[in-house]
Write a protein that binds this ligand. Structure first.
Ligand code: SF4
Length: 714
């Protein structure tokens, strides 16, 4: 047990975050391999959407020490193990250093001129022969706001298609769709530090301790220091359960039934906020009528959560003065993802818990800049600032600003639709910036077929990822520590990243690569550095209207920030909702696309481990993280394992209708009986070989969190 003073890590089991090193009053502790830096550069963490402030200690062209920025508004000096110890990838030997062109199936080093000329020529040929909609682009939640802005501008104005999307489609597309419908804005309503002062926090579908560790510290502080009641609604016994008064273990994919039943109890017991409903919302009666079939008795049968726990959770949430909902991909990655989000929005509005401090509906965004990539229009239906591509007036504004006419008027294809279209031959050319769909997308055997079927694939990345290996042209990019720009964290805070090192070899920042390619595609652009791109963003994006590099030098700004004197916005929907009145939606329960049957009797669900991130491309290049969290386990309930004759540590095979994967069995009661859990970080046993690419009909997000599998000894 590590307890360090009265800091935020007290009462926590050791999670290797290294905070004890920072706080050791006598300097007796030091991190292994740390050296005294010659200079320090302030920047923002590259891993998750919390957006912690880092101080990179630099010496001899290397990062020799990482500290959390003490007075940073988000992390106040805290970091998790990835942020503090997980940046070895920056100096890794296998960084891409030269452009590569594939000739006769083998990569050969090329000059920038050769690679860029080839990329421009191939894209031009496809456009001339098959039209601009035969090309698509995948932008990146790892890259900066400025790079995402330029990427979507290149695809829309340089190529002439709205076929641009990125991995938000796979994590929070249902948040963007659901919260925009309910509130008018698809972002976290409140701020991270407000969580500490909530009276009740409902955490659902978020293993916060592992996926957003520094936010988990705030939640734990709310409980231990301020007496907040924590309700965890999650099939798995996640770490936060230790701090919770209630743990509701709903069967995976039955979230809507659970939330509807809680609302039914709130209505039955007169615990709703009638004044808020009457003055601030619309659609209440239709939503209420839809709840008549959602009694807690029937929800108990559907979800497996005992009726009395459903009632207790409803009362606990509804009677709190300030109740906050925190959720993540356990809610969004379903074919019912949009309904799940709408149901949570209903719950918040029903009790008046939105539009004020320490309340709200708070999606925790996964990647460091997935919020920014969405904000800056790396989506097929909206320009930067969620301005619709099929709105004539908006389109005219962008045509004028970019001096290009006409811009395409119909929404483009989403990530999974792009892969289907590539497999069918409708998409022939694809540009990918810093994404790795060969590990991150569902049903990766299908993704491989789709990418292999393209006439031309161009990938810009810092490593030769599984996806880059399939490319015709690979362009070496600078890492976050080697360029200037901004990221927007999960609470809408736009923060600086700063160049601390020179990129290796001939690698270039992504914005320079896009600038070069877009210019060759005929787009007239002039930028000498990323601050000028941000100035253009501000000029066409009302929610970023007041943001510029000089204003965020010391402290980030939270959008909406409409003008240069605006202080930024701590919580949304204060006086009125972005859409005017908040809108209730009826959300009838639907089962997941694939439920267990005789042939595939188990549910597979996927998620993250603390020590690794996403496809492991960055975190797995730090030996210490790899040691703390060795590759690819299946977590299996001991009773399921006994039934299948499986022992702890055995190699097992898990098969779905799409593929099979072998990995090590870890017997644990963290997951309920009948549910197998697998992290998706490991290429040796890629969880997404198994997952289902069935889509939510509104948000087009795939059902990564539930599929049916069978289990046996390998
Ligand atoms: Fe980085 Fe997220 Fe960890 Fe903060 S919590 S250090 S942003 S990975």
């Amino acid at each position: 047990m590590a307890t360090v003073g009265d800091g935020p890590v007290s009462e926590s089991v050791c999670v290797s975050c290294g905070e004890c090193v920072d706080r050791c009053p006598v300097g007796a502790l030091s991190a292994k391999d740390e050296a005294q830096p010659i200079r320090e550069v302030k920047t923002t963490c590259i891993y998750c959407g919390v957006g912690c402030g880092l101080e990179l200690g630099i010496r001899g062209g290397c990062i020799v020490r990482i500290r959390g920025e003490k007075d940073h508004v988000v992390n106040k000096g805290s970091l998790c193990v990835k942020g503090r110890f997980g940046l070895d990838f920056v100096g890794a030997d296998d960084r891409l250093t030269h452009p590569l062109i594939k000739r006769n199936g083998t990569f050969e080093e090329a000059t920038w001129e050769e690679a860029m000329a080839l990329a421009a020529e191939k894209l031009g040929t496809i456009k001339a022969a098959s039209g601009p909609d035969a090309i698509a682009g995948l932008s990146s939640a790892k890259c900066s706001n400025e790079e995402n802005f330029l990427f979507q501008k290149m695809v829309r104005a340089g190529i002439g298609t709205n076929n641009v999307d990125h991995c938000a489609r796979l994590c929070h597309a249902s948040t963007v769709a659901g919260l925009a419908r309910a509130f008018g804005s698809g972002a976290m309503t409140n701020s991270i530090d407000e969580l500490e002062h909530a009276d009740c926090i409902l955490v659902t579908g978020s293993n916060t301790t592992e996926a957003h560790p520094v936010i988990a510290l705030r939640i734990k502080a709310a409980v231990t220091r301020h007496g907040a009641r924590l309700i965890v609604a999650d099939p798995r016994r996640i770490d936060l359960v230790r701090f919770a008064v209630l743990h509701l273990r709903q069967r995976s994919g039955t979230d809507v039934a659970l939330f509807n039943a809680m609302m039914s109890v709130i209505l039955e017991e007169g615990l709703c906020d009638e004044e808020f409903i009457a003055s601030r919302t619309e659609g209440f009666e239709e939503m209420k009528a839809g709840l008549e079939s959602c009694r807690p008795e029937s929800a108990a049968r559907i979800t497996g959560v005992p009726e009395d726990l459903i009632r207790e959770a409803a009362r606990s949430y509804a009677t709190a003065k300030r109740a906050s909902i925190v959720y993540s991909m356990g809610i969004t990655q379903h074919t019912t993802g949009t309904d799940n989000v709408l149901a949570l929005a209903n719950l918040a509005m029903l009790t008046g818990n939105v539009g004020k401090e320490s309340t709200g509906v708070n999606p925790l965004r996964g990647q460091n800049n997935v919020q920014g990539a969405c904000d800056l229009g790396a989506l097929p239906n909206v320009y930067p600032g969620y301005q619709k591509v099929d709105d004539d007036e908006v389109r005219r504004k962008f045509e004028k600003a970019w001096d290009v006419s006409p811009l395409p008027s119909s929404p483009g294809l989403t990530v999974v639709e792009i892969m289907h279209a590539a497999a069918e031959g409708a998409i022939k050319g694809l540009c990918i910036m810093g994404e790795n769909p060969m590990l991150s997308d569902p049903n990766v055997n299908h993704v491989r077929d789709a990418l292999s079927n393209l006439d031309f694939l161009c990938v810009q990345d810092i490593f030769l990822s599984e996806t880059a290996q399939l490319a015709d042209v690979v362009l070496p990019a600078a890492s976050f520590a080697e360029k200037d720009g901004t990221f927007t964290n999960t609470e809408r805070r736009v923060q600086r990243i700063r160049k601390a090192l020179t990129p290796p070899g001939e690698a270039r920042p992504d914005w320079e690569i896009i600038f070069d390619l877009a210019s060759r595609l005929g787009l007239n652009m002039q930028y000498s550095d990323p601050s000028e791109i941000m100035d253009e963003i501000a000029s066409v994006t009302p929610i970023y209207g007041g943001i510029s590099f000089d204003r965020i030098e010391d402290r980030g700004l939270q959008w909406p920030c409409p003008d240069k004197t605006h202080p930024g916005t701590r919580f949304l929907h204060g006086g009125e909702f972005k859409r005017g009145k908040g809108r209730f939606h009826a959300t009838p329960f639907r089962e997941a696309a694939e439920v267990p049957d005789k042939e595939y009797p188990y549910i597979l669900t996927t998620g993250r481990y603390l020590e690794h991130f996403h496809t492991g491309t960055l975190s797995r290049r730090t030996a210490g993280l790899e040691k703390l969290s060795p590759p690819a386990p299946f977590e299996i309930h001991p009773e399921d394992a006994a039934r299948e004759g499986i022992g702890d540590g055995d190699q097992v095979e898990v098969a779905s209708r799409r593929g099979r994967v072998c990995a090590r069995a870890v017997l644990t009661e963290r997951s309920p009986r009948g549910t197998i859990f697998m992290p998706f970080h490991f290429r040796e046993a890629a969880a997404n070989v198994l997952t289902n690419d069935a889509l939510d009909p509104v948000a087009k997000i795939p059902e990564l969190k539930v599929c049916a599998v069978r289990l046996g000894k390998a």
